[in-house]
Design a binder for this molecule. Structure first.
Ligand code: URA
Length: 213
């Protein structure tokens, strides 16, 4: 947890800080940018799943029978928010390849400025699953909050939000709208500029992931 933001955990680790420094640099090319997103997402997923319950199982090694521990309980679902969230999926899946993957697509209505769902697909049985909602940038928090609304409307009760860079504005919006949803970030930045970009941030994560600028 972070002092001013009780809903936020900044996953602070020398490896994450090191990789973030390259991720932020404007000269980092597309291929390396994607690799860094994967690596940081994987390290964050490690932290985000620290409290998953385990159960004892009996196994037999080549030497003898012993007790070991396996994850029990709810099945994990990764839900990237389109499109930049897609960039985090491979990294998290490399750690938990059995996780299901849903998708949320949102656009901003030009008149109301509110996020509108244009795509929403998650596996059935939402109440019995743990959701990891993925988006590299938590800026105003509008999309993240709307995506959580959508998951809750479909029955989800266990949701964590994973991002790489968070702005205080987005973290506060999530705390206000969804105090039950922990936010994990690799870094908490200074704030938003007049265009809604995170400062110092890393620019447009979607454009840098997909080479669209
Ligand atoms: N989305 C991005 O990709 N970058 C920002 O800085 C803010 C929102």
């Amino acid at each position: 947890m972070s002092g001013a933001h009780p809903n936020l955990t900044v996953v602070d680790h020398p490896l994450i800080r090191h990789k973030l420094s390259y991720l932020r640099a404007r000269t980092t090319p597309k291929k390396e940018f994607k690799e860094l997103v994967d690596e940081i997402a994987m390290l964050m997923a490690f932290e985000a799943t620290r409290d998953l319950p385990t159960e004892e199982v009996e196994i037999t090694t080549p030497i003898e029978t012993t007790t070991a521990h396996r994850i029990r309980g709810k099945k994990l679902v990764l839900v990237p928010i389109l499109r930049a969230g897609l960039g985090m999926v491979d990294g998290v899946l490399s750690l938990m390849p059995g996780a299901r993957v849903g998708h949320v697509g949102l656009y901003r209505d030009e008149d109301t400025l509110q996020p509108v769902e244009y795509y929403f697909k998650i596996p059935p049985g939402a109440a019995d699953r743990d959701f990891l909602l993925l988006d590299p940038m938590l800026a105003t928090g509008g999309s993240a909050s709307a995506a959580v609304d959508g998951l809750k409307r479909r029955g989800a009760t266990s949701i964590r939000f994973l991002c790489l860079v968070a702005a205080p504005e987005g973290v506060e919006r999530m705390r206000r709208d969804h105090p039950d949803v922990p936010v994990l970030a690799a870094a908490l930045d200074r704030g938003l500029d007049e265009n809604g970009y995170i400062m110092p941030g890393l620019g447009d994560a979607g454009d840098r992931l997909f080479g669209t600028r």
